[in-house]
Design a protein around this ligand. Sequence first.
Ligand SMILES: Cc1cc2nc3c(=O)[nH]c(=O)nc-3n(C[C@H](O)[C@H](O)[C@H](O)COP(=O)(O)OP(=O)(O)OC[C@H]3O[C@@H](n4cnc5c(N)ncnc54)[C@H](O)[C@@H]3O)c2cc1C
Length: 152
Amino acid sequence: MTHYDLVIIGTGSGNTILDQRFADWRVAIVEKGVFGGTCLNVGCIPTKMFVYPADIAQAISTSGPLGVDAELREVRWHEVRDRIFGRIDPIASGGKEYRASHPDNANVTLYDGTARAAGDAERRRRADGADRRPDRAGGGQQADHPEHRGPR
Ligand SMILES: Cc1cc2nc3c(=O)[nH]c(=O)nc-3n(C[C@H](O)[C@H](O)[C@H](O)COP(=O)(O)OP(=O)(O)OC[C@H]3O[C@@H](n4cnc5c(N)ncnc54)[C@H](O)[C@@H]3O)c2cc1C
């Protein structure tokens, strides 16, 4: 079992945690879904990108009473969708590639899979009744997934 000083579960806001403070820490990032989390992939960003063309279509279909005669001929749904995810997907894959392969992240191992608390980390929470930072030397949290790539 590989031990880490810090295990980050999820790559939404979790992906923003790492900075120079952790440069000499042994870090694991675990993501069970698409790299980048909810906001980037299915939440805030695609939502707003869908809302804008929807607003345009809506404005045209309701412009008559305002004295603007316009006709909505067609909404090319597949093009709307492909434009949005053609912008978003490279950001997600680029972020993943950066964490997985860039020299800036030589101390980081990225796991595709579901993380779960195990061993000492769980016992310590039960004993104290409060979360504590894991012991750096002992590595109180572990990435436990059979498909891990292992440390570089
Ligand atoms: C449609 C929609 C629109 C939204 N619009 C806005 C907006 O305009 N403004 C705004 O502020 N907020 C908005 N939000 C909310 C915003 O997206 C979330 O608040 C934000 O993404 C939460 O970030 P997070 O890092 O906590 O979680 P997430 O971004 O959800 O990241 C959690 C990540 O952890 C992973 N994960 C979870 N459990 C495990 C595990 N056991 N092992 C491995 N990986 C795991 C998940 O796969 C996920 O990628 C919107 C949400 C939705 C759904």
